[in-house]
Each structure stands twice: as structure tokens, then as C-alpha cells.
Design a protein around this ligand. Sequence first.
Ligand SMILES: [Zn+2]
Length: 139
Amino acid sequence: MNTICTRCGSTDVSCEAMINPNTGELRNYTDDSFLFGWCEKCGYGSVLTDTDEIKRDIGKMFQQFMEIHGTPDYAVCDIVWKKDNKIESVKIGLSKERNSGKDNEVFFNCSSLRDILSLCEYGKEDFIITAIHYLDKWH
Ligand SMILES: [Zn+2]
């Protein structure tokens, strides 16, 4: 697990969770899909993302898709903007070749699985991928 604040990338964060008060054991997170929490570095609430989990999800989905349909053309993902923490559902292209001329439909173009996985981390882009919905090909 590597849960970070999507505004600043810090791991000094807290989130709501259910614990067993007798043992302090963590049972589960109150909200798994959109993990809102508190960032100590920012000093306010932010969207949190578990970068390991989302990368694992994408990797698994990619592999399953490949086995049945071959290489996907794009991924439908949720992204969060670092600046204002707004969440959007977008299409991320997975092949620059097959996505040429699709500029209106594709929010961002990657050229490999490794590329899209790097967008799940606090990197150089203005946004971070926080969830993956599905992969598809142009028909
Ligand atoms: Zn922060």
C-alpha cells in the first residue's frame, strides 16, 4: 500500500477507517472508491489514492484484456486534478498510432502500459489516475 495526497504527493495522510476498538485492528476503510482524507502537509482534506492498488488494477485488467482481445486502444479512467482536486472520467489512449485523429476523444495519449502506470503516481502531469473503469478498442 502506498496512499498519497493527490494535491502534494505526501504520504503523511489520514483517512476514515473502521477499527476494532479493543485491539486497534483495522477492519476496512469507510469509503474505498473515492478515498477522501486529511493531509498533514497540505493542512486540509484531499483526495487520497493508493498508487500500488490502482497500478495493480490496471495491470490485471490489461492482462485480461490482452488474452481475449489483444492490445487495448484506450482506457476509461477517473483522474483527479492536483490543483483543485476535481475528479473527471476520461479516456486515456494506449497507442499513439491507433489514436491518431482521435484528439477530440482522447484526453491524454500514452504509448505503453508502463506509461499509463506512471500516470497513477504523483508525477509531472497536472493530474493523477485514481481509478480504472474499463479498456476498449475503437470499433
Ligand atoms: Zn497534501
